[in-house]
Design a protein around this ligand. Structure first.
Ligand SMILES: CC(=O)N[C@H]1[C@@H](OP(=O)(O)OP(=O)(O)OC[C@H]2O[C@@H](n3ccc(=O)[nH]c3=O)[C@H](O)[C@@H]2O)O[C@H](CO)[C@@H](O)[C@@H]1O
Ligand SMILES: C=C(OP(=O)(O)O)C(=O)O
Length: 490
């Protein structure tokens, strides 16, 4: 376990380079499973905990996968298993993205229910609805989802009830090798969807319309491994922009793409932050006081939920009152309690948080309750008076490459310390309880503190064999209901 210690008050200046996007590289690595010939070489791969984890998942399926100097090499010509086991999948949401490729390539997939940040119920009903429309039979039980097809998947017309990023990606990958044409209506439009479509098309797929609400995929016979460079991480870039702004700094965020960050840039400019387009990045300058603004998270091209907590950190020290409304995930305000320990003044009312600005933040011991909450606490700590100690850093390691080194290079007084403890903080317990409430019927639960320490050796995935066809998987309506939980505020 690690903690990050920040002594606030340093104004950031200099250049910081953005790494490849976590949310692009994860589906792209999963899509590599679709190639039955040739090696894929993925460039600008950020070596994050999530990437290491999906590398293990892909390796456990029999593909050859290795990493060197920000490049991932994948040869999926021989797959030996269609099962992604609990020990690997529980750690992150995106591991469920191997379901579509496995189903399309092998006609079978058995995947544990996915983990990820405890920011909401995060059902997967839209993924399953898509697979079923393409002719897959889905069974649920013992915390696993098993999908099977009789022959090839069939192209279908699929309307997503919510514009889910993961469901759009999973269905797009499955449809790439299906027979006939698939349309995804109300598809997610995120830049990571476009990146995945570009990769699939380079592999030989026929995907059109990615980046719009209607994606059309004409199935092809086979796909091959190719080289591809992952887009820069817009959330990492946004986090450094906020870090610069909160310290009244002057920072060049190299690699940041303004189009991908349009709503974040607009809101920051409304607050008085200067953001200028450079040759290959964004130049950020801020002079306090900054003005308050209201923010509402929405699917792309709206304000990203993954930037909500970092924005809230900045609003705490800006002038006036702001309202932040979270519409994507129903439990994404867990950082508010942690901000209160830094003396932030925030009141939560349903889906909105009301932030009283101009608060002098004071350092304290806090805990990252999820990935972006951890990043937001680091931003707040950069402005707080005195020392802030942030635990729960394993969340941050899922999404940020070398965050302490990058911020230190901009002049931040920040360091990382390894700690050996079995203590579970109240915040970690709360985060674990959320996962528990959501999944107690479906998957066993480990508290994050225990989970982070127990690097258990994953069991060997079963080789493909006839007995995988056993009737031990019965559709369990109760579990299905759990998977389809509606947000409490909907
Ligand atoms: C690895 C990755 O790319 N993660 C991103 C992805 O997560 P992820 O793909 O999990 O997020 P989704 O877009 O699927 O979720 C959006 C909303 O749809 C709901 N939903 C989703 C699927 C489903 O089958 N049924 C359903 O109801 C979710 O509960 C949520 O309320 O998009 C989120 C929203 O931009 C980001 O915060 C995550 O960083
Ligand atoms: C919520 C996030 O990630 P995931 O979907 O992998 O949990 C995130 O990147 O902020």
């Amino acid at each position: 376990m690690s903690k990050i210690i920040v002594r606030g008050g340093q104004r950031l200046s200099g250049t910081v380079k953005v790494s490849g996007a976590k949310n692009s590289v994860l589906p792209i690595l999963a899509a590599s499973l679709l190639a039955n010939e040739g090696e894929s070489v993925i460039h600008d791969v950020p070596l994050l905990d999530d990437v290491i984890n999906i590398q293990k998942v892909i390796g456990s399926l029999g593909a050859k996968i290795s990493y060197k100097s920000e490049m991932m090499y994948i040869d999926a010509s021989q797959l030996t298993s269609f099962e992604a086991p609990y020990d690997l999948v529980r750690k992150m949401r995106a591991s469920f993205l191997v379901m579509g490729p496995l189903l399309a390539r092998l006609g079978s997939a058995r995947i544990s229910l996915p983990g990820g940040c405890a920011i909401g119920t995060r059902p997967i009903d839209q993924h399953l609805k898509g697979f079923e429309a393409m002719g897959a039979e889905i069974n649920l039980g013992q915390g696993y989802i098993e999908a099977k097809t009789n022959g090839k998947l069939q192209g279908a017309k699929i309307y997503l009830d919510v514009a889910s990023v993961g469901a759009t990606e999973n269905i797009m990958m499955a449809a790439a090798l299906a027979e006939g044409t698939t349309t995804i209506e109300n598809a997610a439009k995120e830049p990571e969807i476009v990146d995945l479509a570009n990769y699939l098309n380079a592999m030989g797929a026929k995907v059109r319309g990615a980046g719009t609400g209607m994606i059309r995929i004409e199935g092809v016979e086979s796909l091959r491994g190719v080289a591809h460079t992952v887009i820069p991480d817009r959330v990492e870039a946004g986090t450094y922009i906020i870090a610069a702004a909160i310290t009244g700094g002057d920072v060049y965020v190299e690699g940041a793409i303004s189009d991908h960050l349009a709503p974040v840039i607009s809101k920051l400019q409304e607050m008085g932050v200067e953001i200028e387009e450079g040759d290959n990045g964004l130049h950020v300058r801020a002079n306090h006081p900054l003005k308050s603004v209201d923010v509402k998270t929405l699917p792309y091209p709206g304000f990203p939920t993954d930037m909500q907590s970092q924005m809230m950190a900045l609003l705490m020290v800006s002038e006036g009152t702001s309202i932040v409304t979270e519409t994507v995930f129903e439990n994404r305000f867990m950082h508010v309690e942690e901000f209160a320990k830094l003396q932030g003044q925030i009141k939560v009312e349903g889906r909105s948080a009301i932030i009283s600005g101009n608060t002098p933040l004071v350092g304290a011991k806090v805990c990252a309750t999820d990935l972006r909450a951890g990043a937001a606490l680091i931003c707040a700590a950069l402005k707080a008076e005195g020392e802030t100690e942030i635990s729960g850093i394993y969340h941050v390691d899922r999404g940020y490459v070398n965050i302490t080194e990058k911020l230190a290079s901009l002049g931040a007084n920040i360091k990382r310390e390894e700690v050996i403890t079995t203590e579970v903080t109240a915040a970690e317990e709360a985060a674990a309880n959320v996962i528990k409430e959501i999944t107690e019927e479906a998957v066993p639960v480990l508290t994050p503190a225990v989970a982070a320490q127990s690097e258990s050796v994953p069991p060997l995935a079963p080789a493909m064999s006839a007995d995988s066809d056993s009737g031990s998987f019965k559709r369990d309506k109760d579990v299905a209901a759990v998977l389809n939980v509606q947000p409490t505020w909907a």
